[in-house]
Design a protein around this ligand. Structure first.
Ligand SMILES: [Fe+2]
Ligand SMILES: [Fe+2]
Length: 401
């Protein structure tokens, strides 16, 4: 374990101790202050080596920067913090002691409110606060639910599937995109958590469910589309009998397939009319840009990088990006390609209406052998025949940020 990681573990341990102590003793008790100061000292040590440390608390997992902290796997505060809406904790600058103590007090207040709410068996709906102004401590939700958490989706039947709430996952995908724009890095472990969370939603009741979103606002297209392609890719991979590991990898690849669009100007992405040749070239570059972004974030994401590069390549060699040689695409790319086309056609765009399901499936059927891989295309149609009645179309009840 590197020194930085050791200091990070020491800091988190001391923060947990401070929070535990502060929740036991009344305000003003000297033990409270001592625990807070001891914890602050470990933060100062950590910031000596890493001035801007950031943490994610996802169910029982803790992520420091881009790495999962293994030594803290059973650290019960990860779940507790996530429960009260602190899934992300960032120190944007060197922190003063007063600001840190105030942060601890805030968390304690949330934990006690949450405990009271849980005791009363009422739904916990705690307001989130991201301090405004110059406070260097930023914290809040990234919207990933732990897979062992009781999820509302378990109560959803086909009849009332519109109750399905995927707002948290949409927010989380939005957050991943924002992080990529801001830091040029994909928060990989968090992205994998979103996929796990979606997988739980798909298997929430005894039968398979495809929780898809309908687009309400055009500016939500990127996140809605990423979520839907991830869900469809996982569904299709599972339908085709791939291993759970591959299913999750395809889910991540589906979610990140259009990531390169963060590099394409927004007015081109949302242009209602025909694109000029220059604009079209920029649009097509999202494949190469996406693959680059993914590879520079994590070499282990080679399948996702390939999918980003290949998802517009047709089985007959057409499509883009241009290649100097003909090659067989990875199965994940041919699979995401079908899911991508299905969701894109089913969605209303600024320049056309949404296609009906039957017309969309007919289009896919017609493209088998030319645009789409035969096995994958047929499997997609068979999957929809089997699972489409269980397509849970969830609405976003509010506009995402
Ligand atoms: Fe694309
Ligand atoms: Fe796409």
């Amino acid at each position: 374990m590197s020194d930085r990681n050791t200091l990070a573990v020491r800091f988190l341990t001391s923060m947990a101790q401070a929070l535990a102590t502060m929740s036991l003793y009344a305000e003003g008790h000297p033990v409270r202050a001592r625990a807070a100061v001891a914890s602050f000292d470990t933060l100062r040590d950590l910031q000596g080596m890493d001035p801007r440390p950031s943490f994610s608390f996802l169910g029982s997992d803790v992520v420091y920067g881009q790495q999962a902290i293994r030594g803290l796997a059973d650290w019960e505060w990860a779940t507790r913090l996530a429960n009260v809406g602190v899934q992300r904790l960032e120190f944007a600058d060197i922190v003063e002691r007063e600001a840190y103590v105030a942060f601890l007090e805030d968390v304690i207040a949330r934990v006690s409110t949450f405990t009271a709410i849980a005791a009363a068996n009422a739904p916990a709906n705690l307001p989130l606060s991201r301090p405004t102004g110059p406070n260097p401590i930023r914290f809040g939700a990234i919207g990933v639910r732990g897979s062992n958490e009781q999820r509302p989706v378990e109560a959803v039947s086909v009849e009332d599937a519109s109750l399905l709430d995927l707002n948290v996952e949409v927010d989380a995908i939005q957050w991943v995109h924002d992080e990529v724009i801001e830091r040029d890095q994909i928060p990989l472990l968090e992205a994998e958590s979103i996929v796990r969370s979606l997988s739980v939603a798909m298997h929430g009741d005894s039968q398979m469910l495809l929780p898809l979103l309908t687009l309400k606002e055009f500016d939500q297209y990127t996140t809605t589309h990423a979520l839907n392609v991830s869900v469809l890719s996982m569904g299709l991979a599972e339908f085709m009998g791939l291993s759970p590991r591959e299913v999750r990898a395809y889910g991540v690849a589906g979610m990140l397939h259009d990531l390169g669009k963060v590099r394409v100007p927004k007015d081109i992405l949302t242009k209602p009319g025909k694109l000029t040749p220059e604009e079209w070239a920029l649009m097509r570059s999202h494949t190469v840009e996406g693959a680059k972004l993914i590879l520079q974030s994590d070499q282990n994401l080679d399948v996702a990088a390939l999918v980003a590069f290949e998802h517009h390549i047709m089985i007959n060699g057409g499509g883009y990006p241009d290649r100097h040689f003909r090659c067989d695409c990875h199965r994940a790319s041919t699979l995401v390609h079908v899911c991508d086309v299905y969701d894109a056609l089913r969605t209303k765009r600024p320049y056309r209406d949404a296609w009906e399901p039957a017309a969309t499936l007919a289009y896919i059927e017609k493209g088998i052998g030319t645009e789409f891989d035969s096995d994958v295309g047929r499997a997609f149609i068979a999957m929809m025949a089997k699972w489409e009645p269980r397509l849970a179309v969830a609405d976003l009840s509010r506009t995402a940020a």
